[in-house]
Design a protein around this ligand. Structure first.
Ligand SMILES: NC(=O)c1ccc[n+]([C@@H]2O[C@H](COP(=O)([O-])OP(=O)(O)OC[C@H]3O[C@@H](n4cnc5c(N)ncnc54)[C@H](OP(=O)(O)O)[C@@H]3O)[C@@H](O)[C@H]2O)c1
Length: 399
């Protein structure tokens, strides 16, 4: 029915491409374009037995004229950005110039500053509106499905949601003492930053990993989790009516934390450039080069993820608690698409968000976060495309 151009050829892009091919009624043609074309070709080879026609191309997504040329040649309906957050703005610029809708899974981050905020992408609102184009921001799992969960709860169960806790639990074990489940540079920048949450109209800042809680996750068991800043907190604090507090917790094992502390203490997680044997290097990028490639973890990772939102608020004047989550099994994902659950839980919603724009289910010119759209068709699609969700009206709350 339509054409989609996927930028990036990493763990998430390979799952999104596989899911597009399962959904060839909507995705009749896809193009995989990335910095290293051989990675696009490898994905194409794995997926060749499909009705969806697959093309590949080399592109530098930091270069707007190069992107515009490619978009004008292929003429996609939507560009799905699964490169790195550093490329969000150049890809949005190119979409505006070529008249193409835009979808991503992570908000813009300047490469030389570990700071992510929506302000850069929100400043494109008028330009997308004027061109009649839609930019859907954050269509992964978190951000992504977590925002859809909140919008669904707001639409069907609550008059006001006062408290939201997003709980991201990875109970998987890959057998390495230290590895990250997605791009190590992005992951380490995120978890080594100060924590932050929204309460009563203000941001409260914490030291990294300062707030710890223990939670018993369905399908996984009891885990320690730590409060982090995560990008959907910024948009949910604006878009959910009556919100008083919104927090994000992620589970980490002791081995991961001990290694991270040590790497931090010796300066390996720094993004300050330094000279090494006459060449400028960035320690965190060097560290990425020596760590296991997240795409290689799939076969080794056993166990499950459980990601969801606990919400408390009121309905018809009465207090109400609600928990909605997905459990995803690493080995099942590997069997289906050759990737572990972290890439799977991001790649599936990336395909679904793109489908919502491609088939016109979500039509709204401008730049929007995912919770600003009707959640119902997306919730149905999650059940259909591999991320079924579970509801509880009597959850244990996080203190
Ligand atoms: N919302 C969520 O739930 C969620 C969860 C996980 C990840 N994410 C996001 O998903 C995105 C992809 O993650 P991933 O784990 O798949 O990362 P990845 O494996 O590192 O893949 C990134 C891909 O982007 C390509 N790329 C980087 N810079 C480029 C450039 N200038 N031009 C063209 N291509 C470029 C890379 O090319 P090379 O192959 O040449 O390096 C690589 O193929 C990231 O933005 C990440 O933050 C979101």
């Amino acid at each position: 029915m339509g054409k989609c151009l996927i930028i990036g050829a990493g763990g998430v892009a390979s799952v999104a491409a596989a899911k597009c091919c399962q959904n060839s009624d909507v995705f009749s043609e896809i193009m995989l374009a990335s910095r290293t074309k051989s990675k696009c070709d490898a994905i194409k080879t794995r997926l060749d037995n499909t009705k969806t026609k697959i093309h590949t191309a080399q592109v530098d997504a930091d270069n707007v004229p190069e992107l515009v040329r490619l978009f004008n040649e292929f003429r996609p309906c939507v560009v799905l950005n699964l490169a790195l957050p550093y490329q969000d703005l150049t890809i949005m610029d190119a979409c505006l110039e070529a008249g193409v809708h835009y979808v991503d899974t992570a908000n813009y981050e300047p490469p030389d500053e570990a700071k992510f905020e929506y302000k850069w992408q929100w400043s494109y609102r008028e330009r997308f509106e004027m061109k009649g184009l839609t930019a859907l921001l954050g269509s992964g799992f978190d951000p992504g499905v977590t925002g859809v969960f909140c919008a669904y709860a707001m639409k069907h169960y609550f008059d006001e949601i006062h408290y939201i806790d997003i709980l991201d639990c990875n109970g998987g074990d890959h057998g390495y003492p230290f590895a990250t489940n997605f791009n190590p540079e992005i992951n380490i920048r995120e978890v080594s930053a100060n924590g932050r949450y929204w309460e009563n109209g203000n941001w409260i800042e914490t030291k990294p990993m300062e707030i710890r809680r223990t939670y018993n996750f369905d399908g996984v068991g009891e885990k320690d989790m730590y409060l982090l800043y995560h990008e959907e907190l910024e948009s949910l604090a604006q878009n959910i009516k009556g919100i008083k507090r919104v927090r994000f917790f992620m589970t980490f094992g002791q081995s991961y934390l001990t290694h991270l502390k040590c790497l931090e203490n010796v300066g390996m997680t720094s993004i300050e450039p330094l000279m090494y044997e006459g060449r400028e290097i960035i320690p965190l990028q060097f560290l990425k080069a020596v760590l296991p490639d997240p795409a290689s973890l799939g076969q080794r990772t056993k166990g499950k993820t459980n990601i969801g939102c606990i919400m408390s608020g009121v309905k018809d004047g009465k207090p109400l608690d609600y928990y909605v989550y997905n459990i995803c099994d690493h080995q099942e994902c590997y069997k289906e698409v050759g990737s572990q659950a972290i890439s799977y839980t991001t790649g599936v919603p990336a395909m679904i968000g793109t489908m919502m724009i491609m088939n016109g289910t979500w039509k709204k010119p401008g730049v929007y976060n995912i919770e600003e759209f009707d959640p119902d068709p997306f919730m149905d699609a999650l059940n259909k495309w591999g991320l079924p969700w579970v509801e509880s009206f009597n959850p244990i709350l996080v203190e």
